[in-house]
Design a protein around this ligand. Structure first.
Ligand SMILES: Cc1ncc(C[n+]2csc(CCOP(=O)(O)OP(=O)(O)O)c2C)c(N)n1
Length: 370
């Protein structure tokens, strides 16, 4: 059995900066941040939560087919996303709304997916190398490992963290039971690929608790693959930032892959199609609500002098963001069906052209009611 290490926490749940040896080790990463960068973490978390609420409301009003909320997981996502460098590549699952926003994805493009009015997502090259949402659990770990191995094979690293690339893959506790995740760990380790496996342990895989998925803390599994694993308080945005920053820079410097397990909690339902009151107890939920990542961070910002004006301004910004999201969602149009053929190959292809024509003829045969 691998040996347990302390969970990294820089901010206590009541917003006090920690001073134990582990926290001290990561302090330089936080000390290097400007006041504006520290304020941005708060804005990111507040806007993400408001986005989540608006999208949930839109689903309840029949405007979206489905919504997977990220409520409760904002700190894990914001800290890790802000720790990336611009050249890094990100492979998400389907709940990383904060990461998507930070990397430059237009949130309406996420909503478009959940409204069912797009055949795809976005072009990662134009969206901060944020790859497409992935619903097949764990498969993105392999896509990420492949990309990271490519970086190694290209041999283009120069030793400069400002330009050398690294890869982050996000996945959940449930996904760790998928073979794909284990295979990705094997390949990333074999090729010492520059990849950080960022596991958001939100304690539930729909109705299955993590205690059933794994008899060992998940970060300890990494050791079996020859990969350093570390557990962090995932509701502490500073821990998420500092630990991801350090591990990503080690990975890009050629030290091989890393795994970070962020302990957090899915406050909401798995998706809007789920009712968690059927399988989890309210006292567990309440204990995590008491560890709210935004409340904790706000307490710390206030303790270092941030005043009401900033928090009021951020709340207004979040409201404006939500109003804009609603407006643009209701304006979305349905793309023509034949677009599905346009991006299969980069150039036209006789088989695709034939299928496109077949569909056009079929739709025409349905007449006006089609
Ligand atoms: C390969 C595969 N098997 C099953 C599912 C159905 N499924 C969707 S989400 C989910 C639970 C995922 O839990 P976890 O990985 O912890 O992520 P979370 O949703 O909690 O963020 C399951 C079983 C799927 N999408 N893909």
């Amino acid at each position: 059995m691998a040996e347990a290490a302390p969970t990294v926490q820089l901010l206590s749940p009541d917003g006090v900066l920690q001073s134990d040896a582990t926290a001290e080790q990561y302090r330089p990463y936080i000390d290097a941040l400007s006041d504006e960068q520290l304020r941005q973490f708060h804005r990111d978390m507040v806007v993400t939560r408001r986005f989540d609420l608006e999208a949930t409301n839109l689903q309840r009003q029949g405007q979206l087919a489905l919504w997977p909320p990220s409520h409760g997981q904002e700190a894990a996502q914001v800290g890790s996303a802000r720790a990336m460098r611009h050249q890094d590549h990100v492979f998400p699952s389907y709940r990383e709304h904060a990461v998507a926003m930070i990397r430059g994805v237009d949130v309406v493009d996420i909503v478009r997916l959940m409204r069912g009015v797009t055949h795809g997502g976005w072009n990662p090259a134009e969206r901060g190398n944020f790859h497409l949402y992935t619903l097949v659990l764990g498969s993105q770990a392999l896509h990420a490992a492949g990309y990271a191995m490519g970086i190694t094979f290209d041999g283009i690293a120069t030793g400069d963290p400002e330009t050398d690339e690294a890869v982050v893959v996000y996945f959940g506790d449930g996904a760790t039971s998928q073979g794909d995740v284990s295979e990705a760990l094997v390949f990333a380790a074999s090729f010492q690929a520059p990849q950080v496996f960022f596991l958001q342990n939100n304690h539930w895989a729909i109705s299955v608790p993590v205690s059933v998925q794994s008899r060992t803390p998940l970060y300890l599994r990494a050791g079996g693959f020859g990969i350093p694993g570390i557990q962090i308080d995932g509701n502490d945005v500073l821990a998420s930032y500092a630990v991801t920053r350090k591990n990503l820079d080690e990975a890009r410097a050629g030290d091989g892959p890393r795994m970070i397990e962020a302990l957090t909690y899915r406050i909401g339902a798995h998706t809007t199609s789920d009712d968690p009151t059927k399988y989890r107890l309210s006292h567990e939920l309440e204990s995590w609500i008491a560890r709210d990542p935004i409340v904790r961070y706000e307490a710390w910002l206030r303790s270092r002098g941030e005043g009401d004006a900033f928090f009021a301004e951020t709340a207004t910004e979040a409201e404006d963001f939500a109003a804009d999201l609603r407006k643009r969602t209701l304006e979305l149009t349905v793309p023509s069906t034949d677009r599905i053929f346009d991006h299969v190959y980069s150039e036209s292809h006789p088989v695709m052209d034939g299928q496109k024509q077949w569909l056009a003829d079929y739709e025409a045969s349905l007449g006006a009611e089609g």
